[in-house]
Design a protein around this ligand. Structure first.
Ligand SMILES: [Zn+2]
Length: 62
């Protein structure tokens, strides 16, 4: 039996910006270290495999 941490962050708003290019954020990533990153669609796709590798929780899950 696998236990998943339930993580339900607040919805992204227009005030949330990609950490890479400052476009509107579409993906939120919670890092195992407790940090949080936001990505636009482009950078979300670019980084999501890497984020998964390091154990980050992604929302919405691609
Ligand atoms: Zn971006």
């Amino acid at each position: 039996m696998t236990t998943f941490a339930v993580w339900t962050p607040p919805p992204l708003t227009r005030a949330d910006r990609c950490d890479r290019c400052s476009a509107a954020a579409q993906l939120r990533a919670l890092l195992p270290t407790g940090g949080e990153l936001m990505f636009c669609g482009h950078h979300g796709r670019e980084h999501h495999a890497r984020l998964r590798d390091i154990g980050a929780a992604l929302h919405p899950d691609p």
